[in-house]
Design a protein around this ligand. Structure first.
Ligand SMILES: [Fe+2]
Ligand SMILES: [Fe+2]
Length: 288
């Protein structure tokens, strides 16, 4: 029994949907899906259905693309913001998928129990440089041709802003995490990286304000994380900070992965743990 992870399935792309249909079953394993399944609810449901058939248990956290205001919804109404998120949580539960709204599941491994913690924290633009104000951050990004489409499509209703939604989500996650038994090791899962120094985007450095919040910089230490799993960057990587393993596990758009390898090659092994050199070698192999 293994715990595996992937993110950024982007199932609006036919090639990604076909690869999911070709994915073999891993009936004894658990899978973490760290966001950006698709923009359309119909594709999200397709993803939940296919994944839940193949794994003993599936975990899901939303990505920014999952939250985009879609053109379709049951009854013809466009669902946005919190309401859209709650609808996706309902869908996930229909397929038995664990969401950030559910009790933490426990992984029973030879090294003791680990709490698997799905998080939905969003971003608050605080990954911007110190000298750029919140008011100026979108203009600053635009100068570098890096404005995120969330500015158009990620409606935070009923929150006034994505920043405010992020603050509320972080407050709630901190409250729940603080209730874990002292010293309980965790596996933290969030679409966005928890640390600014891991949000490195060589091709679009000014995209960084849409990548997380500085508030979670030390959560791997505060909440005793053995592994932190994220996606969003579409840059597969394994990093280490303070003895914690950070895994960016994205698949990405069709041009960002090798179809001949199949989707299974992009399932990252999370537990049982790989050594730092094994993990780095495997991430390097797939990023070529
Ligand atoms: Fe993505
Ligand atoms: Fe994303």
């Amino acid at each position: 029994m293994r715990l595996k992870a992937i993110s950024d399935l982007h199932l609006a792309n036919e090639a990604n949907r076909e690869a999911l249909l070709e994915l073999p079953a891993f009936k004894d394993d658990w899978l973490i899906v760290a966001g950006d399944v698709a923009e359309k609810l119909e594709h999200i449901r397709f993803g939940f259905d296919e994944l839940s058939r193949r794994f003993a248990k599936v975990f899901w956290v939303p990505g920014n693309h999952d939250l985009w205001a879609g053109p379709e919804a049951p009854g013809g109404r466009v669902l946005v913001g919190e309401e859209r998120y709650r609808r996706m949580v309902e869908y996930a539960r229909e397929f038995g998928i664990v969401t950030p709204e559910d009790p933490y599941e426990t992984w029973q491994g030879p090294d003791g129990p680990r709490s698997i913690v799905p998080l939905f924290l969003l971003y608050d633009y605080s990954f911007r440089p110190d000298e750029v104000s919140r008011e100026d951050v979108v203009a600053w990004a635009r100068e570098g041709r890096a404005v995120c489409a969330d500015e158009l499509f990620l409606d935070p209703s009923p929150w006034d802003s994505r920043d405010a939604w992020c603050i509320s989500r972080c407050d709630e996650a901190e409250r729940r995490l603080s209730q874990l038994p002292a010293g309980q090791p965790t596996i933290l899962v969030n679409h966005f990286p928890l640390r600014r120094d891991l949000a490195r985007l060589p091709r679009a450095p000014r995209f960084v304000p849409w990548c997380g919040t500085r508030r979670t910089e030390d959560w791997h230490l505060r909440f005793n994380a053995e592994v932190v799993i994220s996606g969003h960057l579409h840059i597969r990587k394994t990093d280490w900070r303070d003895g914690t393993r950070f895994e960016e596990v994205s698949l990405g758009y069709p041009y960002q992965w090798d179809r001949s390898l199949g989707m299974a090659a992009y399932l990252r092994d999370i537990l049982p743990g790989a050594s730092s050199s094994e993990a780095a070698n495997s991430a390097a192999r797939l990023s070529r």
